[in-house]
Design a protein around this ligand. Structure first.
Ligand SMILES: [Zn+2]
Length: 66
């Protein structure tokens, strides 16, 4: 499942960010995954394993809807 995560996808994590937000957007993919909190725009980096553990829902960016 995690292999399908792409830049622009939205994720929902198990634990809320301190700002209260649950949703994140993927902004970087590599050794670490870069996520931006959609509520406060705070940026975090998570390893693949960490992301896999924290991710609750994945909302792939729909193709061709922009
Ligand atoms: Zn936040």
């Amino acid at each position: 499942m995690l292999e399908e995560v792409k830049i622009g996808d939205k994720l929902r994590l198990r634990k809320a960010h301190p700002c209260g937000g649950f949703e994140w957007e993927v902004v970087r993919i590599g050794a670490d995954f870069g996520l931006v909190c959609l509520t406060c725009e705070h940026k975090v980096f998570l390893s693949r394993r960490e992301l896999q553990r924290r991710m609750k829902e994945h909302f792939p960016k729909a193709a061709g809807t922009e």
